[in-house]
Structure formats: C-alpha cells, structure tokens
Design a protein. Sequence first.
Length: 408
Amino acid sequence: MKIAVEGCMHGDLDNVYATLLHIQEVEKIKIDLLICCGDFQAVRNEKDLESLNVKPKYRSMNSFWKYYSGEKAAPFPTIFIGGNHEASNYLWELYYGGWAAPQIYFLGFAGVVKFGNVRIGGLSGIYNANHYYSGHYEKLPYNEADIRSIYHVREYDTHKLMQVEEPIDIFLSHDWPRGITDCGNLKDLLRRKPFFEEEIRKGTLGSPAAAELMAKLKPSYWFSAHLHCKFPALVQHGDDGPATKFLALDKCLPGRNFLEILEIESEPGPYELHYDEEWLAITRKFDPVFPRTRLCANFSDVKLDIENCRQFVRNKLQVRGYKPFEFVRTAQCHNPSQYIANDFPSGHYRNPQTEALLQFLELRCCLDTPPESSELSQSSGSYLSKGSVDYANEDIPVDDVDDDVDDD
C-alpha cells in the first residue's frame, strides 16, 4: 500500500492533490491513501471562518469548500486529524470522527480506524498544560478564549487512546511527542530552526501526552507536523522492543518538504475505510464520563466492562457492517460570487453521522448540550485534584501561534 503523508494542509487541498497526481504520473505509481497531520482547515463557508484561529491575513476560504460542495472530488481517500488552526465548529460536529467531505475522513478528537488491514490512530489538537485536565467545556458561539482552547488536547481523549491494546500501524499527532528530538539529528534541526534550542534545553518542546502515547502504543510509524520542518527520528522501545519510525513534515508551500510517500506492507487492494472494533468498544466504555464542563473526567465512575463493550460492538458491526456512516452536508456551501455570511444559522449543527454513530452504540448525544451549572456544584471536588488551573485568571500562551518567521 502506498501512503502519502502531508504535514500542515492549511486548506490547500488543490495544490496537495495536484502534486500527488503529478507524482503518480511521473513515477508510474498508484497512491492508495493521503494522510494529513493537522491544520487541515475544513472551512465550508464564511461562517466557519469565525471559528478559525488564524491571524486576519490568513483568514481565507482556500479550497476545502470545493470538495465539501461537490464542485471537486478528492482523487485519493484522505484521512486527517485536527491541529491548532481549524474550523473548530465543524470538527466539533464530528468529535467522534466522520466524513468531512466525500472521500475525506476526520479521525475525530481522538480515534482509530482501519484502511484495508492497516490500523491508523490519531490525536487531534496541541498540548497546553492550562487545559489538559479540563473537560470539553467550550460551546458555540465561541468567545476569543474558547477559539484558542477548544483545540487543546484533553486528558480524557488521551486516556481513551491509552486503553488501546491491539497493534497500531500508523499514529498521527499534530505536535511532536516531547523528547523526540533526542532520537534524530538534533544538530541539523537546530541549524535550520535555532529558535528551538531553548525549549529543547528546558525539555518543553513537544507534547508530553503524545510522548506517553508513543511509549504505550509503540506504533510502527508516527507522523506529525506543526513545527513546519521535516524531521525524521527512530525511537527504540527498550533493548529488545519494537521501533517507531517518526517523521515530521512541513506545510504546503513551494520548495518545502511537506510530502512523503511510503510503502506500507498490507494485504492486496482495493482498500476501504472501516470502523475499528476495539476503538468503538473503548468509546462506548468511556462515553458515560465524557466531560462537558471545565472539570476533568472522573474515570472512577466508569462502570462498563470492556469485554462486554467489545462483544456488544462486534454483534452490532456484524449486522450493520464496518463502513462509517455516509457523509451528509450540514451547512450551506460557500458561493464565491456572493458573500452571505450573515444569512448562515449560528451555533452548532447536529451532524447526522455523529447522531447515527451514537445511536448505533446506544449512547447519548451531548455535544451541544453541556450539563447545567447545577450539575457542576454537585460534582465531586476530587475531579480537580489532577490539575492546577486557575480558571478565573487563565493566560492564553502566545506559543499557540505557529507562524514561521520565514513565511513571508
């Protein structure tokens, strides 16, 4: 199976797809799948731009809307995770994963799927200690702080991924696992990115959550983006353990290393994207403690047995089949000849894909209905024991913005 891996998309699907089609023609190969490591920017219309955390000069429709509307079709199956520059209102609709457009699949805030017999997992967003132990408390319409926090990785999503026991072939994270620079050519990296040196010296470059996941999951491949440079590394898990081949890639710009094509051992094609049985069982097990407040999840309240969840999911999938629920448009498509942002409904759209999946798993739908304030006062104070966030005086760190100094 030939898999193309791309760093930060920044909404430039046209150029990435055109590059891959050119490579196919020149090298006489067939690319089976495109993977994107975040900052995908699935912007459907002008209203989505309001939830996109970018500087005003970068706030543009780009080209995803063409694939959402059906004006263009993705030439390759595409799987992506979220980064820190996303249309967060749309990705929240697909929190559990789903088709963002025909042939273009979002892995969710955390997720695992199968493409053929290749198992692909991912964690969306970037790490920020101020919000890691928070729940998913943001609600539309987002204020300025919410737009900067909704894409921060949460312990709840990391904890779910930590329950995965079956082997992962490929894992995706937007920011790099912390400590990964020790496993590659650090001297060359600092020659190209000298301003990384202080963070590396302090041990603060990258995500500790991603590092924890890499140590637990030990995938064959791990791909990242975010820091806008190419960086390969090899992580050896113990003296006799497996190794993880790590690769970070740049963003889509001329002359930048934003694409890599790999050949992965797999069964013969054609290939289809399927739900992963173990992941759906984990989703069912932990959904009852899905935190929709600022409080972290209380995992001691989890009562469902994973084996019972696994059998439940297996029985359901054997009846329905393993393909994800079909793509459904939930917002008006962009019309480049007419600016009508004020005519778009405000707030959150309930996505039929998400509702169908939750109904299939016999779970509640709470993405747009966070608990009332009265529930917060009744919650256990022990929920806060892991974190030390002062919510009355939250500082938004400036390092969320990943603009390169050489972009201009």
